[in-house]
Design a protein around this ligand. Structure first.
Ligand code: GRF
Length: 195
């Protein structure tokens, strides 16, 4: 199986995904694509020997359809079976989502369905939650709303700042996403819970 990974920044989730796809794992990364030229994850992907591409969103302005058409052209040239969004910070329209229906995943840094959108850790702290975490879900037209395939939970500790909590959730992301992807490429949709 071929996996294309979309990033916008440092790509730490991309690295953990790429490093998991070795040996007997049925998948291999076929492309790392960023919407931001110079994203830190691009150099990491190149160091891992993975083909990279950049499709900046800025030149397209408000024309999401044209940006997504450019994305699809570059992605489909790599013939992926699965698309993994990993720190990809652009909202995708139903056109793009339908093109990859049933074979696109995303990782979101909250225990969905709580805290869709941004600033998830701060919101969990301010709500006085005991736990926070991350979710891997299939991407559907509803933002951060598709079927959840896995979740990783971490405790929120007294005095936690959003940064401190993020620093504990990110390693959990790096455990969860590879585990869910390995199941997903083999057709296993069973929910995975990590603590
Ligand atoms: C992570 O918190 C991830 O959950 C979110 O983007 C952040 C950075 O991810 N989607 P990465 O280091 O670029 O993979």
């Amino acid at each position: 199986k071929r996996v294309a990974i979309l990033i916008s920044g440092g790509g730490s989730n991309m690295v953990s995904l790429a490093q998991s796809m070795t040996g007997a794992h049925p998948a291999r990364p076929c492309l790392v694509l960023s919407n931001v030229a110079g994203a830190g994850g691009l150099a990491k992907a190149e160091a891992l020997g993975i083909d990279t591409a950049v499709v900046p969103h800025k030149p397209f302005g408000k024309d999401r359809a044209a940006f997504e058409a450019a994305l699809i052209e570059v992605i489909d040239a790599a013939a992926p079976d699965v698309i993994a969004l990993a720190g990809f910070m652009r909202i995708l329209t139903p056109v793009f989502i339908n093109h990859y229906a049933g074979r696109m995943l995303n990782i979101h840094p909250s225990l969905l369905p709580k805290y869709k959108g941004l600033h998830t850790h701060l919101r969990a702290i301010e709500a006085g939650d005991a736990q926070a975490g991350c979710s891997v879900h299939e991407v559907t037209a509803e933002l951060d709303g598709g079927p959840i395939l896995g979740q990783g939970r971490v405790a929120i500790e007294a005095g936690d700042t959003a940064e401190a909590l993020a620093a504990r959730v990110l390693p959990m992301e790096h455990r969860l996403y590879p585990a869910v992807l390995e199941r997903f490429v083999q057709g296993n949709r069973e929910m995975l819970l990590l603590d």
